[in-house]
Design a protein around this ligand. Structure first.
Ligand SMILES: NC(=O)C1=CN([C@@H]2O[C@H](COP(=O)(O)OP(=O)(O)OC[C@H]3O[C@@H](n4cnc5c(N)ncnc54)[C@H](OP(=O)(O)O)[C@@H]3O)[C@@H](O)[C@H]2O)C=CC1
Ligand SMILES: O=C(O)C1=N[C@H](C(=O)O)C[C@H](O)C1
Length: 258
């Protein structure tokens, strides 16, 4: 017997990803678009209030801002659901703590990238970093995005940095160099550097460069269409429906964490 469609609400419905998500959910017979909502006070023309939307959904898919996502997680946990798929990036430590706290009560999948290829790349970066001696191989992460993006480095760049640091058995925060400007001195061994470019309509390009004397290994990914983020978020929504409380990531969804 076929399953009834999973009822999904879309947060930040007027945003780039919000619009892409609504189209993708409507095109997928496994899901029903139960509700769309945007900022408080913006209702009508197919948009419900947040409370109305949450009451109609089993899962909320949220690509908004760090503050809005952390608030949504608190609210969903406070009412015992729905479960959440969070794609927003740029969180600070307090916002991440709020989400972790909410995940004690509801199931949350959060990822800086819902791309299948990118999540596979994360595993490759971790393996390469484990294999290459940090005294000989410098790790630099280069990312480029469209002119509207508000956070830097991107959530994906930070995931890749965490993968490289994880491969070396260290915490990213202890070795990350997010900005360089002026006379900064020679590069310390072991640093993981980030370089950020913003312009035009670039959807998302990421490279991890392992640089040694006389050679360079580059692992890279380019996003050609936002639809693949939306499809990944749908896979996450289907996976998280009915899961116990906890904070999960896209590599859990894809079975890459086993
Ligand atoms: N994990 C992944 O795979 C991906 C993640 N992203 C991330 O998703 C986020 C959104 O990206 P994108 O769609 O391009 O950005 P947009 O700015 O187009 O969309 C975000 C939307 O959220 C709305 N918003 C802000 N506050 C609230 C609130 N309190 N309640 C409801 N809606 C709110 C904004 O409204 P307003 O316009 O009125 O300010 C805006 O329309 C970013 O953090 C981005 O990095 C993007 C693509 C893929
Ligand atoms: O803001 C975007 O557009 C994107 N944000 C995510 C990120 O910060 O990594 C994912 C993707 O690169 C697009």
């Amino acid at each position: 017997m076929s399953q009834p469609p999973v009822r999904v609400a879309i947060a930040g419905a007027l945003g780039r990803m919000g619009r892409q998500m609504a189209d993708a959910v409507q095109d997928d017979a496994r899901l029903a678009l139960a509700a769309r909502f945007h900022r408080p006070g913006i209702v009508g023309e197919g948009l419900l209030s947040r409370d109305e939307a949450l009451a109609m959904a089993e899962i909320v898919i949220d690509f908004t801002t760090p503050a809005a996502s952390a608030d949504l997680a608190r609210v969903c946990a406070g009412r015992g659901g729905p479960a959440l798929v969070i794609g927003s990036t740029g969180f600070d430590a307090a916002e991440l703590a709020d989400i972790a706290d909410a995940a004690k009560t509801i199931a949350i999948v959060r990822s800086g990238s819902f791309s299948l290829g990118l999540n596979m790349l994360v595993g490759l970066v971790e393996r390469a970093a484990r294999a290459l001696d940090p005294d000989d191989w410098d790790v630099e992460i280069v990312e480029a995005h469209h002119r509207h993006k508000i956070d830097a480095p991107s959530g994906t760049a930070l995931m890749l940095g965490q993968a490289a640091a994880g491969g070396r058995g260290i915490e990213l925060e202890t070795v990350a160099r997010r900005v360089r400007d002026g006379v900064i001195g020679a590069r310390p061994a072991g640093e993981i550097g980030f370089a950020v470019m913003r312009g035009g309509s670039i959807i998302g390009e990421h490279s991890v460069r392992f640089c040694a004397e006389g050679e360079l290994v580059t692992l890279s990914h380019a996003a050609g269409d936002r639809i693949m983020f939306a499809r990944g978020a749908i896979a996450a929504a289907l996976w998280v429906a009915g899961r116990p409380p906890g904070e999960y990531d896209m590599r859990d969804v894809l079975g890459l964490n086993n």
